[in-house]
Design a protein around this ligand. Structure first.
Ligand SMILES: Nc1ncnc2c1ncn2[C@@H]1O[C@H](COP(=O)(O)OP(=O)(O)OP(=O)(O)O)[C@@H](O)[C@H]1O
Ligand SMILES: O=P(O)(O)OC[C@@]1(O)O[C@H](CO)[C@@H](O)[C@@H]1O
Length: 304
């Protein structure tokens, strides 16, 4: 079974309007509410690809109730740990451009963390865990601790987070990491201009323990590196409608195809990311399948 872990889920409140006048009363056009948070988005896209998963993490209050109801209505199972405070609401403002305002999130107690550790300790080597998103205040080492727990039980995991939270898990050998270019530059401590620069920085993460590194480049596509291949995958062309969850969709596409050859997994990863970028919500199965035949994969030559 695939488990997604979202420490800090969110109700994503999408507000559409032509423009925002600061210091004045603005009235919205359409508004929408989604069950959000990175791991939850991964679960939603996995479902579109016909893969079952169970969403784990922390949920509380009326917003937590909305998330659970929404997942249930979509046939996605969950085993969230109930917390006292309300799950956060993140604002996604869609004017001519996209502006995101993400809340800090509710307090998570040490007891809540212990309950999550107990859940993870009950998994087996046939399971795969996907960690994604921000960490609750005061729990900066949570990813490191949980990755160690899984490593010691020989349970594979993938992780989509940034900076030290990501690098602290490399020693526990994540199956997939998915930094975007900005995050990879932050880890490498240098600007990465050419594809070969990106490959070199990604390969450093392979040497530090990651099995597969997928560096997403927004509308420019992605670079993929593992110990065998260095690949460049341009994005298919289309109209950008929504970049929220594009990265999460990419993770879902890669993990969904875990029985197939690496090129197929990458093809699905990019098709999922771009199909979400071209939709109002996360991509549907039909939108993903329509893009798959258009994804080209090229080798990057001239680098170690
Ligand atoms: N404008 C776009 N056109 C086509 N595809 C896109 C576009 N933006 C994103 N994508 C697709 O989505 C994938 C992930 O995008 P991106 O690099 O923005 O991820 P991210 O920064 O992790 O996103 P987020 O954190 O918002 O989910 C890209 O590799 C690409 O396939
Ligand atoms: O604040 P975090 O945890 O880093 O990101 C949360 C978030 O922006 O990520 C998802 C898109 O990737 C959204 O559903 C959600 O609002």
């Amino acid at each position: 079974m695939i488990y997604t872990v979202t420490f800090n889920p969110s109700v994503d409140y999408v507000v559409r309007l032509d423009e925002v006048e600061t210091g004045a009363l603005n009235r919205t056009g359409d508004t929408e509410k989604y069950a959000g948070g990175k791991g939850i988005n991964v679960s939603r896209v996995l479902k579109q690809l016909g893969r079952e998963s169970t969403a784990l993490g922390f949920c509380g209050g009326f917003t937590g109730g909305f998330i659970k109801d929404t997942l249930e209505s979509q046939g996605i199972s969950h085993r969230f740990i109930e917390i006292e405070e309300d799950t956060r609401i993140n604002i996604k403002l869609k004017t001519a451009s996209e502006t995101e305002i993400n809340a800090d999130g509710p307090k998570i107690t040490d007891e809540n963390v212990e309950s999550l550790k107990d859940q993870l300790a009950g998994l087996t080597g046939d399971d795969h865990v996907i960690f994604a998103g921000s960490v609750p205040k005061g729990h900066d080492r949570l990813y490191e601790e949980l990755s160690r727990l899984l490593f010691e039980k020989d349970i594979s995991f993938s992780i989509d987070t940034e900076g030290g939270k990501l690098t602290s898990t490399l020693q526990y050998k994540p199956y997939l990491i998915k930094p975007n270019l900005f995050e990879l530059e932050g880890i490498a401590g240098r600007k990465l201009v050419r594809d070969t620069d990106i490959v070199e920085a990604a390969y450093e993460l392979v040497e530090r323990g990651a099995s597969n590194v997928l560096v997403t480049l927004g509308g420019e596509g992605a670079v993929f590196v593992n110990s065998d291949v260095r690949l460049r995958i341009p994005s298919p062309k289309g109209v950008l409608r929504n970049s929220v969850g594009a990265g999460d969709s990419t993770v879902a596409g890669f993990i969904a195809g875990c029985e197939s050859v690496i090129e197929e997994r990458i093809r699905y990863a990019i098709a999922c990311g771009s199909a979400t970028a071209f939709s109002d919500d996360l991509a549907s199965c039909g939108e993903i399948e329509a893009l798959v035949p258009h994804i080209e994969i090229n080798s990057i030559e001239g680098v170690k």
